[in-house]
Design a binder for this molecule. Structure first.
Ligand code: UN1
Length: 513
């Protein structure tokens, strides 16, 4: 297929998109076919420097535009995403490999967060406090932070930027986006859409700077641009999504300069299935959570804790369902599992299954043979795999996040122990319980229940709505993005005390002079 004929060709028409034979570019390939989709020029630290200066310049006037007017511009960006929903969805699918309905679903997340941000642009509230001093008034207000840095991963190549960018924009910030080098075309496309709106709008006409510079894009390597960005004191906030290893580095570098970081890192998400669970619901919830996006969501279900009275039935029904899951071309109707992102991911899955076997687990379906089946395919296909952990054992491999569709089934008899086991891993992103018992559900949601940032009842671990704050605890990094009051992280709080009297009384009753 010629890239010019692809439905998204107009979205990747950009000076950074170059011929794949050019020097110093990153080539984007379709993980389902190995086909080259295009290439994007790798930028230098000098390019980064230029972007930051321009982003800072334009932010000076952007921050003075009333927030509802900023919201109006974000509304138009959201509408532009709507117009391009299918083309963007196709690009996500072709560059990242998730099935087309999920590609479109990701664009829907972008639209939803834009809508959310529009409403928010009229609700950037602060509190008022009663002062202890006479004729004084106290309140807090929220100011934009400035220019923020956004670092995103390959698996949600458009939505995670949108979560950050739409909120950051209504909050009065400009931003620099460093996307994964595996999905550069998605980043070019989203930036193109935002820039088109910025060029067409007549609400924000700064006297200095270019409105497009609010949404800066840097295609650079971690070593050069990435390191420069996280050490850059001009970026008061770095919002980063990626592995726990990467987040630990970003977090410490940003902390060294006392900057703020918003980290959304790995998960090792579990579902607890109690004796009263509705097993039809379980099947659907687990299938989407464990197999959806080929197990490449940070919220993917990786562990199941099944009560001993239902474990055999759950395992056998899941194996049947797994055996029928259509694997293949992610653009084709009916496919549920597309390829993994690259050869390295396939190798990681193979290594995980091999160590699970060595650590005494039973491979119920999929397995190394399910990977070998696709050895001659140009796409990075694998077969979703279920691993049964022998009762009473705790294999080390299941405590790691393997970014692939491998599901570990554990058996338990006591709910307290299942919750403790669920919480015993380093990560703390998402969790769920399937139960028809109100007591068990509340036990799971109580202070000594799930320790994760997301805790669900009778739905799976993945597929969160944008309205809630998204993120998790422990090695997941502690950040909360997207809905609820996450916007506060893109602003700085200022406490203001106003004296309207004719004396200067001191707080705490201090007499001074
Ligand atoms: C991610 O995998 O980094 O809850 C984000 C979900 C999606 C977002 C996942 N809304 O699965």
């Amino acid at each position: 297929m010629n890239v010019q004929t692809l439905p998204f060709a107009h979205l990747i028409d950009h000076p950074l998109v170059v011929d794949p034979s050019s020097d110093n570019c990153v080539v984007s390939t379709n993980p389902a076919t190995g086909q080259t989709l295009g290439a994007v020029k790798i930028q230098s630290t000098a390019d980064y420097e230029d972007l930051v200066k321009r982003a800072q310049l334009v932010q000076k006037e952007w921050r003075m535009l009333p927030a509802p007017k900023r919201g109006e511009i974000v509304r138009r960006i959201g509408n532009a995403f709507r117009e391009e929903e299918q083309a963007l969805g196709a690009l996500v699918t072709m560059e990242m490999g998730k099935i087309y309905p999920e590609g479109v679903g990701e664009v829907v997340e972008c639209i939803d967060i834009a809508d959310f941000a529009v409403g928010l642009s009229r609700q950037l509230y602060g509190l008022t406090m009663t002062s202890e001093r006479p004729q004084h008034r106290m309140y807090e207000q929220w100011h934009p932070l400035g220019t923020i840095g956004i670092i995103t991963a390959f698996n949600f190549p458009v939505a995670v930027w949108a979560w950050n960018a739409m909120l950051a924009a209504v909050c009065g910030n400009s931003m620099i986006w460093k996307p994964s080098l595996v999905t550069p075309l998605c980043a070019v496309a989203m930036t193109n859409v935002a820039h088109r709106v910025m060029k067409e709008q007549d609400i924000f006409k700064p006297t200095q700077g270019d409105p497009c510079d609010l949404f800066g894009l840097i295609i650079g390597t971690d070593d050069q641009v990435g390191e420069t960005m996280i050490a850059d004191r001009r970026l008061p906030l770095i919002s980063a999504t990626g592995s726990c290893r990467m987040g630990r580095h970003v977090g410490t570098q940003v902390a060294k300069r006392l900057g703020r970081s918003l980290l959304e890192l790995g998960g090792n998400n579990a579902i607890i299935i109690t004796e009263s669970a509705d097993l039809d619901l379980v099947l659907r919830g687990v299938l989407f959570g464990a197999v959806g996006t080929a197990g490449q969501r940070c919220t993917s279900t990786r562990r199941l804790f099944c009560h001993s009275s239902v474990v055999d039935e759950v395992a056998s029904r899941l194996v049947k369902a797994y055996e029928q899951v259509p694997i293949g071309d992610p653009m084709a109707d009916g496919t549920l599992v597309g390829p993994l992102i690259n050869e390295q991911s396939v190798a990681n899955m193979r290594a995980a299954i091999t160590s699970a076997g060595e650590q005494g687990c039973d491979i119920l379906c999929g397995g190394v043979e399910g990977i070998d089946r696709y050895a001659d395919d140009a796409g990075h296909y694998v077969t979703p795999t279920i691993v049964r952990v022998p009762a009473g054992s705790d294999p080390a491999i299941a405590r790691d996040e393997t970014f692939a569709p491998v599901l570990y089934i554990y058996e338990y008899s006591d709910l307290d122990e299942a919750i403790e086991a669920q919480n015993s891993v380093d990560q703390g992103l998402s969790s769920a319980i399937f139960t028809d018992s109100m007591r068990q559900a509340e036990r799971f949601l109580s202070h000594n229940g799930s320790d994760c940032g997301i805790a669900n009842v009778n739905i799976g671990t993945s597929g969160a709505e944008i309205g809630g704050a998204f993120g998790g605890e422990k090695d997941t990094g502690g950040g909360r993005e997207s809905g609820s009051d996450s916007w506060r992280q893109y602003m700085r709080r200022q406490t203001c005390t106003l004296n309207w009297g004719d004396d200067v009384p001191l707080a705490q009753g201090i007499e001074f002079g």
